[in-house]
Write a protein that binds this ligand. Structure first.
Ligand code: HEC
Ligand code: HEC
Length: 391
């Protein structure tokens, strides 16, 4: 009930702000402006499920990383990030060939009481990577960007000889079974919010669902797994009899209708910084805006998405050593920079605290661009950072 009032207050807040003389400004955690009453109800139910804490009786585990979506996605509002990182591991031989150990790379942090099914990182593992959460504000708009718009930006052969390549992540969408261009996750491993939600429900929380029907706990054998999670009829994510929706549908609705973080005030300093962002070459990967395709829902029909990402895979020298979906060990998808002022820690492994540190960590394809930043005057660097903190 409280959550309902919070959501209602948020909606009224939007209505109040939109009545002001300033342009309509959404607050972090608000739904997209102009949603219908039916969509608001979907958003509200989605928010409720996204924050709902699951227990072993509900199907949590046997191995898991968190008890609700929101435990890792809550700063500065539900849908955001947290200081949590999760662990991936594997084995690389002397030639750099990677092998998965025990059939996967995600090594869960926790297990349900009894702890028979606690995963452990095997002794052969010599690659260990941490992954920080990614905020989902504005995710519905990102989902509505057509594959072709992302493909149009890739340059795997570096034909323009600027050192910057970028590859579109060609994946199979588990939700539709179709070949798509991935755009969600540090490895651009998913193209749709339904697929990501189903992956997260099983892999983060251990809740089996229609798209991911089997329990996983790497290295735990099948008989032990059966002891920890007694077999049941069907998957753990069941359809709600009242609404007809599954948990994964609710998560999808919430994320799809969640507004992007509104930009902070612009002034001559931020505009100056944005010009430098382009002249340094940051915009070659952090593409300021992409356009959604034609869509039957006006919310997503040919809308500019000011995300500051090309959604391509690049090698900027920070690769985590883990190949995943279409991404190689050395590749990371360009993160969107919208909402950056609310984000800490930064980078895929959450290893740095400030944008300046994040920029200095770029190498590989971004080497020349970052050298321009480093050799710029202190005043220019400061202007760029003012711009970044206005996002
Ligand atoms: C234990 C922490 C944790 C929990 C719990 C969790 N997430 Fe995440 N989330 C992450 C991390 C870490 C990433 C980045 C993963 C990666 O790419 O390897 C992520 C990424 C995402 C993304 C990709 C966003 C983008 O723009 O690329 C979506 C969508 C998402 N999570 C949705 C969910 C949903 C839905 C749930 C609940 C079913 C959930 N998450 C539960 C940690 C968590
Ligand atoms: C060749 C493509 C490329 C160029 C050029 C580039 N970046 Fe990035 N940027 C990336 C990738 C890929 C990451 C993710 C690296 C990681 O997490 O390991 C990233 C990460 C970041 C982050 C951290 C974001 C987060 O959410 O963690 C910031 C801030 C950033 N870049 C700003 C800049 C700025 C400013 C410039 C120009 C000086 C720039 N980048 C140039 C590709 C690029």
């Amino acid at each position: 009930m409280t959550r309902f009032f919070m959501a209602l207050a948020a909606l009224l807040g939007v209505a109040w702000l939109s009545g002001q003389s300033t342009a309509r400004q959404t607050l972090p955690g608000d739904p997209l402006p102009d949603i219908t009453a039916v969509e608001f109800e979907q958003f509200r139910m989605g928010l409720e499920d996204f924050t709902e804490v699951e227990t072993a009786e509900d199907g949590l585990g046997p191995a898991f990383n968190g008890t609700s979506c929101a435990v890792c996605h809550s700063v500065p509002a539900i849908g955001g990030i947290s200081t949590m990182t999760e662990v991936r591991a594997g084995h690389a031989d002397g030639e750099g060939n990677f092998t998965e150990l025990n059939g996967g790379t995600l090594f869960h942090l926790f297990s349900i009481p009894g702890h028979l099914c606690q995963v452990r990182i095997p002794p052969e593992a010599n690659v260990l990577a941490r992954r920080a959460p990614i905020p989902v504000f504005g995710a519905g708009l990102v989902e509505a960007i057509p594959d072709e718009a992302i493909i149009a930006l890739e340059d795997p052969e570096d034909r323009d000889v600027d050192g910057i390549r970028g590859r579109a992540a060609r994946i199979t969408d588990v939700a539709s079974g179709r070949g798509r261009i991935g755009r969600f996750g540090w490895k651009a491993q998913h193209a749709t919010l339904l697929a990501f939600a189903a992956d997260a429900y099983r892999n983060e929380m251990g809740i089996t669902n229609d798209l991911f029907p089997d329990e996983v706990a790497l290295g735990v054998d099948a008989p032990t797994l059966a002891l920890c999670s007694p077999p049941r009829r069907g998957v753990e994510d069941v359809r709600d009899r009242r609404t007809g929706l599954r948990g994964i549908d609710n998560f999808e609705n919430f994320m799809r209708l969640l507004a992007p973080i509104a930009r902070g005030p612009e002034n001559h300093q931020t505009r100056n910084g944005e010009t430098l962002f382009r002249t340094f070459g940051c915009a070659s990967c952090h593409t300021p805006a992409l356009l959604t395709g034609r869509h039957s829902n006006p919310l997503f029909d040919q809308k500019p998405v000011r995300l500051y990402s090309d959604l391509l895979l690049h090698d900027v020298g920070t690769g985590d050593g883990i190949p995943q979906a279409a991404a190689q060990a050395s590749e990371i998808r360009t993160p969107a920079l919208w909402g950056l002022r609310f984000r800490k820690p930064l980078l895929h492994d959450g290893s740095v605290a400030t944008p300046d540190q994040a920029i200095r960590r770029h190498g590989g394809e971004a080497r020349t661009v970052v050298e321009r930043y480093i050799s710029a005057s202190a005043a220019e660097r400061a202007a760029l950072l003012v711009f970044l903190m206005s996002l």
